[in-house]
Design a binder for this molecule. Structure first.
Ligand code: HAM
Length: 415
């Protein structure tokens, strides 16, 4: 087959079973977000490149190595969105939403990053996310986390994930810390990885989440940001922790958690799992009080998170919750004379909200097998006798028990 007929590396076709799981995940998150007062929005899939370049950070991998950027026919530089928060901030500013705070938005859709594909990591992937704009209070961080907790619980995944949190403090705390960290790391500059050497001037905090072993070794002795937090920042984090405890949401403090995007301050968090190999982050986010202003909008605090639908879906595989739905029924045509009546019955059942399979090929045995494979709990069998006597044979596919009912008896039971 010619290469042109294959899906591009890092992209996938989502077949019906996977789409069922995606829908289950997005519908569940939409419903829970609604309980928290979030309305759904959808921003365009591409934006002017500046929207991401100016917000995600000069040294962020996403900007430097991973963006799908192209010139359109008019000569504008456009980028397929690598994440949702920058687009939402752009929408917030251009739509003048500062007049109607707070704004709580839920979104879902595809994102694009030129990353090395592996299990749970794709070049086109899907996120669900929430952003709460205009609330300074740490209670908004707690609410956001409670929403993520409720979602992971509703998906049946809460036992497979763990919440890690950290604080990056306010700007003053980070300026104080940055000086100390740079002074410390400068002593080991030659021993740091190439990426970390580059980051030492531009964004030293990112060195903290380097995966490089040499960096990790040096970092064990490094000063902790916690020591340099302002009183306000400490208090902020205390309130977040107390709120989580009050709601019975377990968490771990991970001082190394700094997140890969420049816009964060105060609370940062990640729900992680050990079940997806190298891709441990299932849902991540944090507070970003400076983002809107850095894009030219009015000073507006924000907090939110996003989660990879593919990763949730991989974790769901074992729980099978997505299979919960309306009971499936099969209508089995056992004789040609029963065709039209079966067609009619199938139609009537679907109109009543039942999910109905009507196998149309093979002999009776094949049709029964097909019904079983499709996960039907009941089979309605119509043959010559049933048509003559205007009856329906009802077979329980799990026990094998069957009985023949008049149409009236049947509908009394099934409506
Ligand atoms: P992020 O950590 O870059 O944050 O991505 C959020 C989630 O998207 C990750 O935890 C992961 O589950 C999923 N994800 C990221 N990259 C991939 C990939 N290549 N393939 C599959 N899944 C992936 C953000 O995007 C921020 N906008 C989150 C946020 C919202 N912060 C505040 N508000």
């Amino acid at each position: 087959m010619s290469n042109n007929l294959q899906a591009v590396r890092g992209t996938r076709d989502l077949l019906p079973e996977e789409c069922d799981r995606f829908r289950f995940i997005t519908d569940t998150s939409y419903n829970i977000a609604r309980l928290y007062g979030y309305g759904e929005i959808a921003t365009p899939i591409f934006e002017f490149t500046d929207v991401f370049k100016r917000t995600l950070g000069e040294t962020a991998d996403i900007v430097n190595k991973e963006m799908y950027t192209f010139l359109d026919r008019g000569g504008d530089s456009l980028t397929l969105r690598p994440e949702g928060t920058a687009s939402i901030a752009r929408c917030f500013i251009s739509g003048g939403f500062a007049q109607s705070l707070p704004v709580r938005w839920f979104y879902s859709g595809p994102m694009f990053r030129y990353e090395r594909p592996q299990k749970g990591r794709y070049r086109q992937f899907h996120q669900i996310g929430v952003e709460c704009l205009g609330v300074n209070s740490p209670l908004a961080d707690v609410e956001c986390l409670a929403l993520s907790y409720d979602l992971l619980k509703a998906l049946g995944l809460i036992d497979k994930v763990q919440l890690e949190i950290n604080t990056l403090g306010d700007l003053e705390s980070r300026i104080r810390y940055r000086e100390q960290l740079v002074a410390f790391l400068a002593k080991y500059k030659q021993d740091l990885s190439k990426d970390s050497q580059d980051r030492l001037d531009k964004n030293p905090l990112r060195i903290l989440d380097s995966k490089d072993e040499r960096d990790q070794k040096i970092l064990t002795e490094a000063p902790h940001l916690f020591q340099y937090l302002t009183e306000d920042s400490k208090q902020f984090f205390e309130t977040v922790k107390e709120g989580l405890s009050r709601l019975g949401i377990p968490f771990l403090i991970n001082p190394q958690l700094v997140r890969g995007l420049d816009y964060y301050c105060h609370t940062v968090f990640e729900w992680t799992t050990t079940q997806l190999g190298a891709q441990s982050a299932v849902l991540s986010g944090g507070r970003y009080d400076g983002l809107i202003q850095s894009m030219g909008g009015p000073q507006t605090p924000g907090v939110g998170w996003a989660s990879g639908v593919e990763r949730l879906s991989l974790l769901l595989d074992e729980t099978n919750l997505h299979k919960v739905g309306p009971k499936k029924i099969a209508v089995i045509i056992a004789d040609e004379s029963a065709e039209m009546r079966s067609l009619q019955l199938t139609h009537q059942l679907r109109q009543k909200g039942f999910q109905v399979e009507m196998p149309l090929s093979g002999n009776l045995g094949k049709k029964m097998k097909r019904a079983d494979k499709a996960g039907c709990s009941w089979a309605l069998v119509l043959g010559e006798n049933e048509i003559k006597e205007q009856k329906i044979t009802l077979k329980d596919l799990s026990s094998g028990a069957q009985e023949t009912l008049s149409e009236e008896q049947f509908w009394n039971r099934w409506s």
